[in-house]
Design a binder for this molecule. Structure first.
Ligand SMILES: Cc1cc2nc3c(=O)[nH]c(=O)nc-3n(C[C@H](O)[C@H](O)[C@H](O)COP(=O)(O)O)c2cc1C
Length: 203
């Protein structure tokens, strides 16, 4: 599978088979997660692997009662440790920790595809309740829950905005105001450049 195939295959999975995910596979997920970039390479992410049924149910309850989460045999709770990063980045430590956590979480969701696993990110939850369930010390903050399991049945495929809706050139609003048809779609532009280069090479 190349990277684009992996991107195209990742969808939030909320229906799971009643089948355990081995610690070997979970290890592979975390091994990929730890390769993510982090500010100043602080790597202040921590991962709590939750298989315990009662604890998973408490986590689902703390996540606005999203009990579909119970179907997944594993929850990976992505947390950050604020103990050292506070000194390194006194003003930005929280923002950086959130970014670090989000990036590492997306690595997990993408690696899961390669392993034929499904995931769903859940970020709406009562942090105090989850911290209590997981007995987290005060320096460890839960940020994102990831349900992990083998997908069951069909899943919803969500749409994406077209590229021209998302990007601007040099300053915000520029492309939209100009509506320059020669710029979009971007692929056409790339094709034009490729043709130009090819022509140049033939000369
Ligand atoms: C920060 C964040 C929080 C999310 N929280 C939830 C959630 O609480 N419950 C849920 O079912 N999905 C949640 N999702 C999944 C999104 O709904 C999903 O990614 C989005 O609808 C796009 O669908 P896709 O992941 O299938 O491409 C969350 C995703 C992100 C990035």
């Amino acid at each position: 599978m190349n990277l684009d195939q992996i991107f195209d295959s990742r969808h939030s999975i909320r229906d799971y088979q009643d089948k355990d995910v081995s610690y070997d596979l979970i290890g592979e997920l975390i091994d990929s997660a730890r390769k993510a970039p982090s500010c100043g390479n602080v790597q202040n992410w921590r991962f709590i692997i939750v298989k315990d049924k009662k604890k998973r149910n408490e986590i689902a309850a703390a996540s606005l009662k999203q009990y579909w989460m119970n179907q997944s045999p594993v929850h990976i709770v992505v947390c950050y440790d604020d103990s050292n990063i506070k000194e390194l980045y006194p003003k930005l430590h929280e923002e950086f920790s959130l970014l670090n956590s989000a990036i590492t979480a997306s690595y997990i969701t993408l690696k899961a595809i390669e392993l034929k696993l499904g995931t769903c990110l859940v970020a709406v939850f009562d942090k105090n309740a989850v911290s209590k369930t997981l007995k987290l010390p005060s320096n460890i903050h839960p940020i994102i829950l990831i349900t992990v399991g083998y997908p069951k049945g069909r899943h919803k495929v969500t749409k994406r905005h077209p590229i021209e809706y998302l990007i601007y050139f040099d300053e915000y609003g520029f492309a939209r105001k100009k509506r320059d048809a020669s710029i979009f779609p971007l692929q056409k532009q790339v094709q034009k450049l490729t043709d130009k280069i090819k022509k140049g090479l033939k000369k």
